[in-house]
Design a protein around this ligand. Structure first.
Ligand SMILES: [Cu+2]
Length: 500
């Protein structure tokens, strides 16, 4: 009897050690750090400014071809990719407020996709969401008048259920808006010189393809083991000005970054998703979840090297989920190398632009959106269901709550909203500018003021959704239409396909 007990105790001990060891191994091997390990041996590529023709009536016309290709990301690493007008990512589109723009989108891929203008105020039928599919071999030519403040926007596919895979393969690019107010400010403006677009993505390779698998317990979605900027691995960039503006875009499918510098220097946040702040805000780090942008200005010292880094993303998670959601990961992202002599920069202005965001006091209606895995307000996305009908010209209050144990975010098409409350408090400096995407930690909430300026289109919806792309594909998305006063929503037409 005693012997059996001893044997049983022995077996239990061994089992506990194996399971405990396994869990410890899974836990300790789940975090990633590239800090201090990077050679920074590839010069950062800068997406070219897209060619445009200007028609007699002033319309600025761009062309974007979606195509497949191959790109050698590092010596001996040739990967199958997708891109716009090239093998990977796309050119930077640039237009001024007040201009009419037209984009001729040709789909040369073997499957249908879409191109969505993230952050752009435009008619729903031009939005490039899941209702504006462009078939393989098809052409889609949206056109609209740019009617919003200077901002760093971007474009990417939005086909329902396949957004994660289309973006990960390389379909993303920036769309910069200029206006008179921003051009008049003494900010770094020289594209690719002292005004750098930075499209940040995490990546993992598997032979000649991008890996797609989610790690064990990684309920946010795919997390890569290294990062790249503008499709460049281990990038460096030489800079020759005292002040350098970085336009940060988190174009990753699931990863949240907390950007700062290797020496923890302060920088000035000058803009958020939808454009410039009223005044610069000094900080040491800025968090961006997928889809979010930040414009920052950093002061360089002659001859130095400093690394843009992401660390301590935390995300408001407990120690277990933080580890498996990438919150403990650390990345060296980009090395800035200052010339031995720097061109002097004018001082950063203390005031940037005047206030223009909607206010809570203007709101005529409140709605609540609860986020949980795969659902918003208890329902998964349905292409033929309109979830909210808003009246053109009105301001609404949207209260968004994350009732889940994992992080999410919330993106609204067509508008730039004001964050009036975050976690029950006044929003921090990084959330005081125009936003179209907002991060929500587990149990977190945000109160938004949104002005819907239309135009009315009762049968073509805009989307709101979680921008963690796996979650979005699973159905964490809903639809709203903008109508004229007294008008009702019409059932959405079946997805329109642009064919040959
Ligand atoms: Cu989500």
């Amino acid at each position: 009897m005693r012997r059996i007990l001893l044997i049983l105790t022995g077996i239990a001990t061994v089992l506990a050690l194996v399971v405990g060891g396994g869990v410890t191994w899974i836990y300790t091997s789940a975090d990633v750090s590239t800090v201090g390990t990077m050679d920074f041996d590839q010069e950062l590529s800068i997406p070219p400014l897209a060619d445009a023709t200007v028609e007699a009536d002033g319309t600025r016309v761009f062309q974007l071809d979606m195509r497949s290709g191959k790109k050698e990301f590092e010596p001996g690493r040739l990967v199958r990719t997708w891109g716009f007008n090239g093998d990977y990512l796309g050119p930077t589109l640039r237009a001024r407020r007040g201009e009419q723009v037209r984009v001729r989108v040709r789909n040369q891929l073997e499957e249908a996709s879409t191109v969505h203008w993230h952050g752009m105020h435009l008619p729903a039928s031009m939005d490039g969401g899941p209702h504006q599919m462009v078939d393989s071999g098809g052409t889609w030519t949206p056109e609209w008048k740019v009617d919003q403040a200077a901002a760093t926007l971007w474009y990417h596919p939005h086909p329902h259920g396949a957004t994660e895979s289309h973006v990960r393969k390389g379909l993303a690019g920036m769309f910069l808006i200029d206006d008179d107010a921003s051009s008049a400010l003494p900010l770094p403006h020289d594209y690719g010189v002292n005004d750098l677009p930075l499209i940040v993505q995490d990546v993992k390779f598997s032979g000649d393809r991008f890996a797609t698998g989610r790690g064990m317990f990684a309920d946010v979605g795919f997390l890569g083991d290294r990062t790249m900027v503008n499709g460049t691995l281990a990038p460096f960039r030489e800079v020759g000005d005292e002040l350098v503006r970085l336009r940060l875009l988190n174009a990753s499918t699931a990863r949240v970054y907390n950007f700062g510098f290797s020496d923890d220097r302060a920088f000035a946040l000058i803009g958020t998703d939808g454009g410039l702040l009223e005044q610069p805000a000094e900080m040491n780090s800025v968090q961006l979840s997928p889809g979010e942008r930040a414009e920052i200005v950093v002061r360089m010292r002659a001859g130095e090297r400093v690394q843009l880094r992401s660390a301590n993303a935390g995300m408001g998670l407990d120690f277990w989920s933080r580890r498996f959601s990438g919150g403990d990961d650390r990345f060296d992202i980009l090395e800035l190398r200052a010339a031995t002599t720097l061109r002097p920069s004018p001082p950063l202005p203390t005031a940037l632009v005047s206030a223009r965001l909607p206010e809570a006091s203007e709101s005529v209606r409140e709605r609540t959106f609860t986020l949980e895995f795969g659902k918003i307000n208890g329902q998964a996305m349905a292409m033929d269901r309109i979830d909210a009908t808003v009246t053109r010209g009105t301001v609404e209050t949207w209260v968004v709550r994350n009732e889940d144990g994992m992080p999410h975010n919330f993106h609204v098409h067509d508008v730039q909203f004001a964050v009036t409350e975050y976690g029950g408090k006044a929003p921090p400096a990084a959330l005081r500018g125009p936003k179209d995407t907002i991060f929500l930690p587990p149990g977190g909430s945000a109160t938004l003021a949104l002005r819907f300026d239309g135009p009315a289109d009762p049968s073509t919806p805009y989307m709101f959704h979680c921008h963690l792309l796996w979650h979005e594909d699973l159905g964490m998305m809903g639809q709203f239409v903008v109508v004229d006063p007294g008008q009702e929503a019409a059932p959405p037409a079946p997805a329109h396909h642009s064919g040959h």
